[in-house]
Each structure stands twice: as C-alpha cells, then as structure tokens.
Design a protein around this ligand. Structure first.
Ligand SMILES: *Cc1c(COP(=O)(O)O)cnc(C)c1O
Length: 396
C-alpha cells in the first residue's frame, strides 16, 4: 500500500476533528437499559431506541437462549441454500400479521431492507418520489435503483403533488412514494393520510419505513399507518427488530404476497447475505409477542413523553413540537449542543448531541428519547439535570 493513502486518511480524520465533528464511541459495560454503565459510572440513558424497554427483558433473553440451545449459534448459509429455519418463517408470518400484510421477508438489518427494495422492484421506466429527510438507507437504496428520482421537502404536500405530476408527465410506468413513518432527527410523524390521498390521485404506491414506530406507536404498536388509519392504503412497510422490538438486529419488508415473493427471488442483500441467527430470530419473535400486548408499556412511554416534554418546555428549553418519544432540545450552534451534552454527562445523564452534517447547520440539538423503562422519578431527575446544566451553559 502506498504510504500516501495512510497520510490521506490521517489528514481526513484530522479535518473531521478540526471541524469538531469527530464521533467518539463510549464503552458501555453491561446491558442496554434505563441506566447504563459507562466507564464505571451508572448513567441515566436518554438516547437509546429502547422505546418499550425490551432490550434487557428477561423473557426475551430466555427465548433467545432457547433458540440458541435448540438451533445452535449460526446458520452459516444464506436463506435459499440451507439457511431457512422454521423460526425465520414464523417471524416473517408474525410481523406480516401484526402489520396487516400478506407476508414479510427478513434482512440482516433495515438498512439492507431499504437497500434491497427499490432496486428489486423498480426499473428505469419507474419513478421514486422521496421525502428530503428520509433515512440514509432509503437514500442509498434509491441510489442503487435505476428509477427516476423526485424529491420533496419534508411534510410539504404541495411539493409532493408537484413531483407526482412531474413523474406522470415524464411518463413513469410505476410511481412509488417513499417516506419515513417517524423522522428520526425531528420526531415528526409523516402525513400519511395526505400522502395516501395523493398516491391514490396520481396512481402511486406508498412505502413507509417505520423503524421509529413499529412496536410502540399506534394501536398495539402497529406503527404510523395504524396510528393514522392508513394501514390498508400503505402498500409496503419496512422496519427493524433493532429498536423497539428487542433492539437486537434484523430488518424486514412487509407487503402483498407477489412483492415479498419477488424480493425473495431478486433482492441482493437477501440472496447474498447470511440468514439471521437463531437466537436473534427467537428473541425477536418473543419481543414481537410482548410488544403486541404491551399497552401498559405504551402508556408509560406516553406518560414519560408528556411529562418530560411539558417540564422542559416550562423551564424554557426550545423543543420541536410533536407527540413521539423523540424529543429534540434545540441549541442552534454545535458547540452549545456539545457543551450541554458534556454538562449533562457530568450530572449522570447520557444524551447525544447532533450537529451538522447529521442535521442542518444552525440546527444543532440534543435528541432525547423517552423509554417505558423510565419512571416518574427518572424523568424528574432528567429534567432537574437539564435545568441545572442548561443554566450553567446559559441556554435557559
Ligand atoms: C434505524 C433506522 C434504519 C436502520 O435500521 P437497522 O435495522 O438498524 O439497519 C432504517 N430506517 C430508519 C428510519 C431508521 O430509523
């Protein structure tokens, strides 16, 4: 290897650091939960996607262990050669039934599911109309496909309609609208009734990536389509087992039978990548079963969300409006977000600051996420830490 490449890599790293954008991973030594052990300190955790608190659930751990005992550690095969367990099909059928779709197909991650979807289903004759704030995996998935691309600003339904008109005018054979169900940086819920109405008007299909909703939003946690009454109008749902549903890993696409059948034949991240491990599959099945019946946890999550939101608002923090457990505390400048995150860290509260390029310049924030694992006292403790730290930094 020429030394010049290593110099180049070092310089790039240095410029990332100089811009204040270097991400440092902190080591957690123990399970993901309402508190985590970080460098020997117990920290209150406000930044996991552990919405129902299932990541360290004993029933899920027992189910995963049982999967391990009965099926061994790994499959060492892709699904179509000798890697399909009865467990995989059980999980696919369970998630499909939960979301009201004919069938589902598993992937190693939702990143792969979104990477598979567009390229497999659409060709250069077709069009994808995509929200500007969609997750990176949708953006990459759209890039992999040859379909024509159209973009609209988040939540701007006039812009969506313009783009649909344009796609029709350009002669696209099939049109697909792609949107996150919940936008992860802002916590906004997609306007699915309006999106579906426009889809119907312009003969388009609708795909929703519901990673930040499946399991905790909507009736029985069935996600944003169920929450907004559009379950029968949304054609394709992609999602993850790596957040609410136990938080291990694994993604899926749920849709009508011919769509999942076609994906099974052609989706490259499915055909050329290893099957989900038995313990993850068995644990995720249990997580799904628990999530469906977890109205008590969803109530607690909602209660925490409202309590935290209301208290921070009263104390003078600038929040983005919303109703999901994603509560972004807006700071504006990156250095303020970093300083507040550090001051919260000093007070035993674990949060993550987000700044450019993850969010636009001048929109730096601390994205907090509520969990059903927290109780009132935990939420109050978090608020007190925010107030104390916020005063120290001078943001309230
Ligand atoms: C987390 C997330 C993904 C990726 O899911 P993984 O299963 O972790 O790969 C995809 N889309 C959205 C909207 C997400 O929030």
């Amino acid at each position: 290897m020429p030394n010049s490449f290593l110099d180049h890599a070092r310089q790039t790293l240095q410029s990332i650091e100089d811009d204040g954008l270097l991400k440092r991973e902190r080591l957690i030594s123990g399970p993901q939960g309402k508190k985590v052990d970080v460098a020997g300190r117990r920290m209150l955790n406000l930044c996991a996607n552990n919405y129902l608190g299932l990541a360290d659930n004993p029933e899920i751990i027992a189910a995963a262990r049982d999967g391990l005992d009965r099926y061994g550690f790994g499959m060492a095969s892709v699904r179509f050669i000798c890697g399909t367990l009865d467990l995989h099909r059980e999980l696919e059928k369970a998630i499909a039934r939960y979301l009201g779709k004919d069938d589902a197909i598993l992937f190693a991650a939702c990143f792969d599911a979104n990477g598979a979807l567009f390229e497999t289903l659409l060709t250069a004759e077709d069009a994808i109309v995509s929200d500007s704030l969609n997750h990176a995996s949708i953006i990459d998935g759209v890039r992999l496909s040859k379909a024509k691309r159209y973009r609209y600003d988040t939540g701007d339904m006039e812009a969506l309609e313009e783009q649909l008109k344009q796609a029709v005018a350009d002669g696209a054979r099939f049109r697909l609208i792609a949107t996150d169900g919940v936008f992860s940086m802002d916590g906004y819920i997609a306007k699915l009734p309006e999106i579906c109405a426009l889809a119907e008007k312009y003969g388009a299909m609708v795909m929703v990536d519901d990673c930040h909703a499946t399991g905790h939003l909507g009736p029985q946690g069935r996600g944003t389509p169920a929450l907004t009454g559009t379950q029968d109008r949304v054609d394709i749902v992609t999602g993850t087992f790596g957040k609410t549903l136990g938080g291990a890993m694994g993604g899926f696409i749920a849709a009508a039978q011919p769509i999942t059948d076609l994906l099974r034949q052609r989706a490259r991240p499915y055909l050329f990548s290893n099957a989900l491990s038995p313990s993850v599959t068995a644990g995720s099945l249990k997580a799904l079963e628990l999530a469906e019946g977890a109205d008590d946890l969803r109530r607690q999550l909602m209660r925490n969300t409202q309590r935290f939101r209301a208290a921070l608002g009263q104390e003078g923090f600038e929040l983005l409006p919303g109703e999901t457990p994603i509560i972004p505390v807006m700071l504006g400048e990156a250095h303020l977000a970093q300083r507040l995150a550090a001051a919260l860290d000093d007070r035993g509260v674990y949060v993550a600051g987000f700044f450019y390029p993850v969010v636009p310049k001048g929109k730096a924030r601390i994205r907090t996420q509520m969990s059903a694992a927290l109780d009132d006292a935990d939420v109050d403790l978090a608020v007190a830490a925010f107030v104390d730290a916020g005063r120290e930094i001078g943001v309230i």
